[in-house]
Design a protein around this ligand. Structure first.
Ligand code: AR6
Length: 181
């Protein structure tokens, strides 16, 4: 499923983000940039140790990455040249600023991408695994966050959501179908 927002294609696909041939993939990281399970573990395994080396340099310099922010490293052995690590909110029931923080993840990742001349970027569904954000709600926040950014900024050819399972893909498909263009 795809949609065009100004000059940028917004696409939804099912798949494993570590295999995507794009300039950058986003990682659903934690504040310490320590690696972990889920998509974070898969990215570090597939990309090899240079990603963790660069994460540890960022940790030494600025202590990590606050929730809602993003940092960039090499993609190591991945087909993608860069990994943009962003830290989604842990779901606490919805009244703890979760939606603003989740929208910020997408916005800050895209801002960093444009700054680095990245033309194509893939996102996983941030926060909807270990961090427990309900996927139907997260999909609306994610797609609207990306849409708002693309309406205000040129420079990206494609933003692709790479969704790992049918339930997640379905939630994003529903959210995109009901999104106003
Ligand atoms: N490609 C695309 N999506 C994937 C892949 C993959 N290879 N593997 C898993 N997913 P999660 P979070 C999906 O838990 O909720 C880590 O330990 C997964 O099915 O990876 O933001 C970090 O270090 C789900 O739909 O991220 C943090 O501590 C989505 O990615 C914490 O988990 C996000 O699930 C972050 O939790």
């Amino acid at each position: 499923m795809t949609m065009k927002i100004n000059q940028t294609t917004l696409a939804l696909v099912r798949g494993d983000i570590t295999r995507e041939r794009v300039d950058a993939i986003a990682n659903a990281a934690n504040e310490r940039l320590m690696g972990g399970g889920g998509v974070d573990g898969a990215i570090h395994r597939a990309g090899g140790p240079t990603i963790a080396v660069e994460c540890s340099a960022i940790r030494a310099k600025q202590g990590g990455c606050p929730t809602g922010q993003a940092v960039i490293t090499t993609g190591g052995n991945l087909p993608a040249k860069h990994v943009i690590h962003t830290v989604g909110p842990i779901w606490r029931g919805g009244d703890a600023g979760e939606s603003e923080l989740l929208a910020s993840c997408y916005r800050e990742s895209l801002r960093l991408a444009v700054e680095h001349g990245i033309k194509t970027i893939a996102f996983p569904s941030i926060s909807t695994g270990v961090y427990g954000y309900p996927v139907a709600q997260a999909a609306v926040v994610a797609l609207n966050g990306v849409k708002q950014f693309l309406e205000a900024h040129d420079g990206l050819d494609e933003v692709r959501f790479v969704l790992f399972d049918d339930v997640t893909y379905g939630a994003y498909e529903n959210a995109l179908a009901t999104m106003e263009v």
